[in-house]
Design a protein around this ligand. Structure first.
Ligand SMILES: Cc1ncc(COP(=O)(O)O)c(C=O)c1O
Length: 401
């Protein structure tokens, strides 16, 4: 009998960390818990009827192709449709710039695999997307968090960090940002900051990984151009996904990159899964070809816009004045700051007792800080549950202040 497995595992495997969110989701499956924990889309937004009809058509007309292996880069009709979709933001994007991935999470793994050796430095927002932290940790990157405010990563601090590293002769492998309605904080980086970010990236010759699953989910305010849309120097690699626009169950996303970056990414993906599912790619390609996505997005915007308003209203109504929160204009999340001395981690079991769940903010901090913060999701619960859940959460906070 093997007793100690540790000696068998690679250093990378031993360095991997379980996602706290995935662990928390176990609690939130209990039916009487109101969960603001996961990042799940509202199931009422799934275009079930359209996908049912298109799935049948794909099987009927292209069954032999749909059920077969496909190219690693992705099915051409799907990549053509994605390129067309992205041409709204930047002319000249071609199918050759698109690598289809099984969710953006796989995109992050591919990026990590091709860029990172153990101890390589990367710069990212503080807080940042937990799945990104997980991927980078698995490849043993040294993550340096750059604090953000309500307008995203602070460029003065990024510049200082780049300068500090340059003086030591060190160069980060990339800067990872989620500039639109960030997961976890909900904040969006304004245009000036995006321009400065690109300027700094070019000056210090560090690529930017722009991960933007929520870009199209804006409920108010004016859209800000994607960083890749004004990148003329090929410094930006952009990730996006249909998880929050169509359905995460399709597992369809893409990396959009200058063609020079593509070869290593394709090879990296080959050893992961050979290809993304042909069947779902052909379904999504037909969905896009029929021009159904804009209407779908409009529908989601209406539904989530109402839910966001319901959460902001409930926070205003129930939270004690010492508690602060972000006021996002889109996306799926909102960020809550408790008074400095309070710990969202200590509060968590008490919140579960009161049948409400959230994700502790420290899980999103690569430096383990942010104990007094939490992430709330507003897309999954109904408006009534949002009101009741925030009421419960406010009670737990007040009782423990
Ligand atoms: C910032 C960010 N990147 C990537 C992902 C992964 O999405 P998926 O793998 O479903 O495309 C998510 C999901 O929540 C996210 O918030």
């Amino acid at each position: 009998m093997i007793k100690d497995l540790t000696s068998f595992y690679s250093k990378n495997a031993l360095n991997m960390k379980r996602s706290e969110i995935r662990e928390l989701l176990k609690f939130t499956r209990q039916p009487d818990i109101i969960s603001f924990a996961g990042g799940l889309p509202g199931p009422e937004t799934f275009p079930v009827k359209d996908l049912e009809e298109i799935s049948c058509q794909v099987l009927r007309e292209k069954g032999a192709l749909a059920l077969q292996y496909g190219p690693t880069e992705g099915e051409l009709p799907f990549r053509q449709e994605i390129a067309k979709w992205l041409n709204r933001e930047k002319a000249g994007i071609k199918p050759e710039n698109i690598l289809v991935t099984a969710g953006s999470q796989q995109g992050l793994d591919i990026i990590s695999k091709i860029f990172l050796d153990p101890n390589d430095i990367i710069l990212l927002e503080l807080p940042s997307y937990i799945g990104g932290l997980q991927a980078f940790t698995a490849y043993r990157a040294r993550m340096i968090g750059v604090p953000q405010d309500y307008e995203g990563m602070r460029m003065d601090l990024l510049e200082k960090e780049l300068e500090r590293l340059a003086k030591k002769g060190k160069k980060p492998k990339f800067i990872y940002v989620v500039p639109d309605f960030q997961n976890p904080s909900g904040v969006t980086m304004p245009l000036e900051r995006r321009k400065r970010l690109l300027e700094l990236a070019c000056q210090y010759e560090v690529p930017i990984i722009e991960d933007s699953p929520y870009r199209d989910l804006r409920y108010k305010g004016k859209a800000v151009p994607a960083i890749y849309s004004f990148d003329k120097e090929n410094y930006v690699i952009a990730l996006s996904t249909f998880s929050k626009l169509l359905s995460p169950g399709l597992r369809l996303a893409w990396i959009m990159a200058p063609t020079e970056w593509m070869d290593r990414m394709v090879v990296a993906k080959q050893s992961m899964d050979l290809c993304s599912p042909t069947y779902t790619q052909l379904i999504a390609a037909e969905y896009l070809r029929r021009g159904l996505l804009p209407r779908q997005i409009e529908n989601i915007r209406k539904v989530y816009g109402r839910k966001l308003e319901a959460m902001l209203k409930a926070l205003e109504k129930y939270m004690p004045k010492e508690v602060e929160w972000s006021k996002p204009e889109g996306g799926l999340f909102l960020w809550v700051k408790l008074p400095k001395k309070m710990s969202a981690n200590d509060l968590f079991p008490k919140a579960i007792e009161k049948k409400v769940a959230y994700v502790v903010g420290s899980a999103f901090h690569c430096n383990g800080k942010g104990q007094n913060t939490m992430r709330l999701n507003f897309s999954f619960s109904t408006e009534q549950q949002i009101d009741e859940g925030i009421h419960r959460l406010a009670e737990v906070i007040k009782e423990n202040m």
